[in-house]
Design a protein around this ligand. Structure first.
Ligand code: SF4
Ligand code: MG
Length: 314
């Protein structure tokens, strides 16, 4: 609720603060138990930072985060560690998130050791079971990350996230680094384990096509702000915000009978260190009005479909 993350920009030999990047600027949303919330946007829009803020891998500048009945923002280190059992992350680059000097067994056992779960024997049994859950074989346990393909490594990353039996998984571009043919396999795996383990997902991606089929609702971010949020089908069939419309027009439609006009987004993505006043999208929007240049649009609720754009304000 009201989540903000401002990073200072420093310069000169004394590292004096010269300004700040509003990486996440007043973002609010909720996720229902068992659903998948997709968060999409171009690189630099603050979607990964939002994911990291939620489990306090980085600390928010402002705002509150509530998981079940706990306010994560005010938990002590030891309370936070307990909550981390319930919330796990899957990262974009599984290679970077897996220790190359550890065997798969050591990698998967680690979260259990950290949280003091099970005897060594029980832990190794659980490792073998989890490898099977993600479609690998138990004999893979003795191997090292470099001995696997990208898709297999992401399966290991997913297995690692599942070890503590979490309730919520925040997946930050989990398939973006994979070949298109492998992406679908990993997405299907994630869907299957969601059902099996009754997981809730926050699924971050830059590609609207990727989140469509896995998400129940989708939020779109632009320069640190959540500019639109709706049920998945509704967002794709009936986008409201000019930025979302433009993003969607760039996604190819597989049906040759459906013709969609491609809307070009003019100009470059502005620097997050110096975002435009008013509506952050006004420098690139073809619907821009005078008010857009000076006044930040509030989010308008259009029957459960939220859009932050002056076109929909009274
Ligand atoms: Fe475009 Fe104005 Fe809407 Fe921003 S508020 S998206 S500039 S019409
Ligand atoms: Mg990112």
């Amino acid at each position: 609720n009201g989540l903000k993350k401002y990073f200072p920009i420093t310069g000169g030999i004394f590292g004096k603060k010269q300004g700040e990047v509003k990486a996440v600027d007043d973002v609010s949303f909720y996720v229902k138990k068992g659903e998948t919330l997709g968060i999409v946007g171009e690189s630099g829009c603050g979607k990964s930072t939002t994911g990291r803020l939620l489990i306090r891998l980085i600390e928010a500048s402002d705002g509150t985060i509530i998981f079940e009945d706990k306010e994560i923002t005010s938990l002590s280190k030891s309370e936070l560690r307990k909550t981390r059992r319930d919330i796990q992350m899957v990262f974009q680059d599984p290679y970077a998130s897996l220790n190359p000097r550890h065997s798969v067994e050591q990698i998967l056992e680690e979260p259990l050791i950290v949280h003091g779960i099970g005897t060594p024997e029980e832990r190794r049994k659980q490792v073998k079971e989890m490898l099977e859950v993600v479609g690998l074989c138990s004999y893979h346990a003795k191997r090292y990350p470099h001995q696997f393909s990208g898709g297999q490594r992401q399966r290991i990353g997913i297995a690692k996230a599942l070890m503590t039996k979490p309730k919520l998984i925040i997946a930050d571009e989990p398939v973006s680094a994979l070949d298109v043919s492998i992406q679908a396999q990993v997405l299907n795996l994630m869907k299957d384990i969601q059902r099996e383990f009754q997981l809730t997902y926050i699924f971050i991606a830059h590609d609207l096509g990727v989140v469509r089929h896995i998400s129940d609702r989708v939020g779109v971010m632009y320069l640190g702000r959540l500019i639109e949020l709706a049920e998945s089908e509704e967002l794709y069939e009936n986008p409201k915000h000019p930025y979302t419309k433009a993003l969607l027009s760039a996604v190819p439609v597989p049906d040759p009978d459906v013709k969609r006009e491609t809307i070009l987004i003019e100009g470059e993505l502005p620097s997050p260190a110096n975002p435009p006043t008013g509506c952050a999208f006004h420098t690139r929007c073809s619907y821009v009005m005078e008010i857009c240049k000076t006044t930040r649009p509030e989010e308008t609720n259009l029957n459960g479909h939220f859009a932050a754009c002056h076109l929909y304000n009274e």
